[in-house]
Structures are given as C-alpha cells and as structure tokens.
Design a protein around this ligand. Structure first.
Ligand code: HEM
Length: 344
C-alpha cells in the first residue's frame, strides 16, 4: 500500500486547522497545489529542529479542487463531494467552502505556529483563508464541555482499518471531515452533572461508559455507535481539539474525523442532527453550534507529492473565480459564536 500521510498521528498538545481556497488571482491554483504537494519540505525544515515535538501536517483536497488539479485521466475518489449540509428538525449542520485543509499537529505550539506562518508566507495572495483555528490539549484531553474526548478512538490495526483506504487507485488515502463547533457553556453548566453524563453517555470525572441499562438511546455515544446488520461496528478516527478566546466569549470544539469510507461520518452526522429515530437528536447540539462543515480527500503521501508535477497543463492559467454559490452560509451566531473566520 502507498504510504499514508501522517493521518494516524494521534492527539498532540497543539494543532492548527487551516482551511484555504484559491484566491482567483492568475496562477493561484497552481501555487496552492505546489505548496500543498511539497508541504513536507516545510515540515522537515521546521520540525527537525525540535524533532521530539513530532510536527506533522496532513493535507486534504476539496472536491472541486481535486477536479481542477487531478492528473489528466485520473479517477475521482469514491465518496468525494462537498460536505452535505444536514437539516434536522431543530439543528442544522452547514456546508462551508474550502479547497485545501492543512491539519498541523505537534506537541509544541511554537512549531504549529511556525509551520502555519511559513505556509501562509509561501501561499501569499494565492489563497483566501476560509477558517483558521488553533486548538490545544485541555487537561487530560477534555473538550470544553469538561468530558474526556477521544477515548473510544480505534488504535493500531483498527485505526488503519477505520481511516485508511485499503485498496484501489487511492489506496493509502483517506477522507477527512471538519466542523467548528462553538459552545454555550452557560447553558451546559446549568445542567446537573448527571444530566450532562446522560447527554454524552459517559461519566464526567473518570470517563467510564454508562452501563447498557442506563445508557440513553439518544446519548452522543449511542448515536455515534454504528453497527452493521452483520454486527460489525464502523469507526472513524477523531482528533478533536479544544479552542477558544475567553475574552471574546468564543469557546469551542474543533471536530475532525478521518475515515476510509466518508459515508460512516455522514451516517453519524445524520443520526446526530436528524436523530434516530428522527426527532431524537443529539442533545450536545442544544449547546454546540457548528459554524463550518467541509469535506476533503487526503491522498496518500506518494500521490500528494506527485500531484504538482502531474497537474493538467492548463492549471496555471485557470482562475477558479468566486466561491461556489451553493455553499450554505454559516448559521446566525449563537451567543458564544464567532464568524467562521474569527481568530480562535
Ligand atoms: C465520542 C465529544 C462531535 C463522533 C465522544 C465523546 C465525547 C465527544 C466527550 C466520548 C469519549 C470518546 O470516546 O471520545 C464531542 C463534542 C463534539 C463532538 C464536544 C462537538 C461539539 C462529534 C461529531 C461526531 C462525533 C460531529 C460524528 C460525526 C463521535 C464518536 C464517538 C464520540 C464516533 C465514539 C463513540 C463510541 O464508540 O463510544 N464525542 N463530539 N462526535 N464522538 Fe463526539
């Protein structure tokens, strides 16, 4: 199997989630592809000086960007399409634009900062920043709702099975879905801890899953447990991080999930927002509002590094024009919400 990008890297102390689109200036797509395709040169230059901090950067390519840059005659990855907005009776998950995701991770915030700085310098006016979030580890990997987040992530071979496309022309690749959620912590804090535990499906202090006889069918854990008819459980690999700006009242969770089959993430989103059965939606959404929602294909390392050289000849002249009109705008701001592009 071709070598995957650093998808399986796991949670770090610090992360940056940078979503950009080609700006439309002449040659912008070619420059964006060049920088994305050679990102590991920058990762080495920044990361080698503090190797123990484990700097990595995963690159994801959005659906229309893939169509523009794919080598002539290359197929489309199965399941690659713009993030599908989800409309529940009470809560919606919007779809927001993005040509390229840079998911930067390290155990030191200076390294994630420095790589992002160098990336932005290399990209220059070729990109429009759609969203830029700096996430951090909060105590023992808790989200800002106060619960440990990431416990049931698959590990080892199960993580590879959940996140990496095993065969076909895109073997070693992956899909990644991101959503930036902001929390209403005043409303959440007004719930007794036992009620919060029933929303999540685990205990708060010691992070133990609630026993079957008290686990609500609409807890976050229940709704996100996908079991096929043959009993197989379907997993994704999550790398959520806390982020925030307390002075601005912005407190959130950046959701990011890698999946070999993006349909698994989409089924989870349907179950959370529409509910299972419809109407019994995830109560986490009463206090958490997604401001963004974007899907990307993550090529294997080999494919990523060959893309710039194999790009169509016309790419340099191509101008992507304005952002697609069908992208759903972010919903009206919740009390603690910021615009999608607010520094966080
Ligand atoms: C589990 C928090 C959004 C999928 C959990 C857990 C927490 C949590 C605390 C329990 C510990 C763990 O196993 O990680 C959050 C927060 C979110 C969020 C604060 C955003 C506000 C999402 C979304 C999805 C998702 C959007 C999927 C589309 C899952 C899955 C599990 C999980 C698959 C593991 C379930 C299990 O097998 O036990 N999440 N989550 N989460 N979450 Fe989320």
């Amino acid at each position: 199997m071709p070598e995957p990008q650093a998808v399986l890297g796991g949670l770090t102390e610090s992360a940056v989630f940078l979503v950009v689109s080609a700006s439309g200036v002449p040659g912008s797509r070619a420059r964006l592809l060049d920088v994305a395709s050679s990102v590991n040169d920058l990762v080495r230059a920044v990361g080698f000086r503090q190797a123990a901090a484990g700097l990595t950067c995963v690159v994801g390519l959005g659906s229309s960007f893939w169509d523009a840059v794919r080598p002539p005659g290359a197929p489309r990855p199965e399941g690659l399409h713009p993030f599908r907005a989800v409309h529940g009776a009470v809560h919606d998950a919007p779809s927001t634009p993005g040509d390229v995701l840079f998911h930067v991770r390290a155990d030191r915030a200076d390294l994630t900062f420095e790589l992002t700085r160098q990336l932005m310098a290399a990209l220059g006016d070729a990109v429009r920043v759609e969203d830029h979030v700096t996430g951090f580890r909060y105590f023992d990997s808790r989200d800002l709702l106060g619960f440990v987040d990431g416990t049931e992530n698959p590990t080892g071979r199960a993580a590879v099975g959940a996140a990496i496309i095993p065969d076909g022309p895109f073997a070693g690749g992956s899909h990644v879905v991101v959503q930036k959620y902001v929390h209403d912590l005043a409303a959440w804090g007004a719930l007794p801890v036992e009620a919060q535990e029933r929303v999540i499906g685990r205990t708060k202090l010691d992070d133990v899953e609630l026993p079957d006889d008290v686990q609500p069918p609409d807890s976050h854990v229940s709704l996100n447990t996908i079991v096929e008819e043959d009993g197989t459980e379907r997993d994704v690999l999550r790398d959520n991080m806390a982020f925030g700006d307390p002075a601005a009242g912005v407190l959130g969770t950046y959701y990011i999930a890698y999946a070999a089959d993006v349909g698994v993430v989409e089924r989870m989103l349907d179950r959370m927002f529409v509910g299972s059965p419809p109407g019994r939606y995830d109560r986490i959404l009463d206090v958490s509002t997604p401001l963004t929602g974007t899907s990307f294909f993550v090529p294997s390392l080999d494919l990523l590094e060959s893309l710039a050289a194999d790009a169509p000849d016309a790419l340099d002249a191509a101008d992507p024009g304005p952002p697609p009109a069908d992208a759903t705008p972010p919903p009206a701001a919740a009390p603690t919400a910021s615009p999608a592009t607010a520094p966080a």
